[in-house]
Design a protein around this ligand. Structure first.
Ligand code: ADP
Ligand code: TRP
Length: 332
């Protein structure tokens, strides 16, 4: 039997290179050997944004991004949470009863909020809604509902997948059954944390992103903005502590990487040159995706029909899973 790969992206901002390298690209690779179930995590966006127009617009962009980068809707399914009959939310309610509060207290995103509130002298839970606090359980529901084996995500999401395993084990143990398959997070060494323009993790919330489909001119401008140190042209440079090189490794061939590494170590290469090399490999790989994205986004009817097809399939699978869980719980 084919293994199952599942991942989701929240429609909270325009799709960026971190999403592409950390999630979309590895997910598409997995879709060659696994059954692929990829979705737009639309309800999930509510924790951080309440703007319905923005959620709608970004959901369309995320779906178009999957298709533009190569998801074949006849092979893998693409769906939205809202359209699959709300089954993840039924499973969320079930799983909450198997999740110790202490597990949620340890979630990185929640802990980061507590810390930034403490630093700002605010109440520890300022700005923390219950959606954010219980988010790892919702993500566990998304994953466990579809008997997922592999979850292609960036490093920041690993803890959530590990929590899904903990919650699944708790349910399986209490009911002495194997109702839930135990999922495994997957990431590539070079792209598990993609760095942004300022050298921190690339993230919508840091405003340091490079959009996947940025027009060529904008892409070049953004690449030229990547922060480097102040070493002069002649000085040898360290490729292993450089954001430009770390992005280059995600787009270039092994030979190209080895050649640029030499130029870093030898000296005589300015940051402008390194950035030009990066721009060229990125542009070469992203140009065809950009063109396809422009065509797709101009045809929302097509995108919605793909989502409809994927959601119909997802709803069927999810309903069957919920039925079997209800029977274990004795509430069928
Ligand atoms: P953001 O941090 O910009 O809000 P999301 O949380 O929507 O991004 O992430 C969607 C997917 O893309 C997740 O699987 C996440 O791990 C991955 N991802 C996001 N940013 C990066 C990054 N900088 N490096 C690697 N993966 C990333
Ligand atoms: N939490 C992920 C993010 O922030 C999105 C997501 C929701 C997800 N449910 C998921 C990812 C299930 C993988 C599996 O981007």
């Amino acid at each position: 039997m084919k293994k199952i790969a599942l991942t989701g992206i929240k429609p909270t901002g325009i799709p960026h290179i971190g999403n592409f390298l950390g999630s979309i690209q590895p997910a598409l690779k997995l879709s060659e050997s696994c059954e692929a179930r990829y979705f737009v995590a639309d309800y999930h966006a509510l924790n951080s944004t309440k703007d319905p127009l923005a959620i709608r617009e970004m959901s369309l962009q995320i779906a178009a991004a999957w298709l533009a980068c190569g998801l074949d809707p006849d092979k893998g399914s693409l769906f939205t949470s809202r359209a699959e009959c709300l089954k993840p939310f039924e499973l969320l309610t079930i799983l909450l009863a198997y999740t110790p509060k202490g597990l949620m207290n340890r979630a990185h995103a929640y802990k980061a909020m507590l810390q930034s509130n403490a630093e700002a002298g605010k109440d520890p839970d300022d700005g923390v809604n219950m959606g954010l606090f219980t988010y790892p359980v919702l993500m566990a529901a998304d994953i466990l509902l579809f008997d997922t084996d592999y979850v292609p995500v960036g490093n920041d999401q690993f803890q959530h997948v590990e929590m899904a395993v903990d919650i699944a084990q708790s349910f399986n143990y209490i009911h002495q059954c194997e109702a839930f398959r135990l999922p495994e997070p997957l990431a590539h060494e070079t792209s598990k944390t993609v760095l942004g323009l300022d050298g921190r993790k690339m993230s919508k919330s840091y405003g340091n992103i490079i959009p996947i489909f940025a027009p060529e001119k904008q892409l070049r401008k953004l690449v030229m903005k990547i922060v480097t140190n102040s070493q002069g042209v002649e000085e040898p440079k360290d490729p292993d502590t450089c954001s430009v090189f770390s992005l280059y490794k995600c787009f270039a061939t092994d030979d190209q990487i080895a050649m640029l590494r030499e130029r870093y170590l030898a000296g005589g290469m300015g940051w402008g040159h390194a950035k030009q090399e990066l721009f060229e490999v990125m542009n070469a790989q992203l140009s065809p995706y950009r063109e396809r994205f422009e065509q797709l986004i101009a045809d929302p009817g097509y995108i919605n029909s793909v989502l409809q097809m994927g959601s119909d399939k997802a709803r069927e699978l999810a309903s069957a899973k919920i039925k079997s869980l209800r029977s274990i719980l004795g509430i069928d």
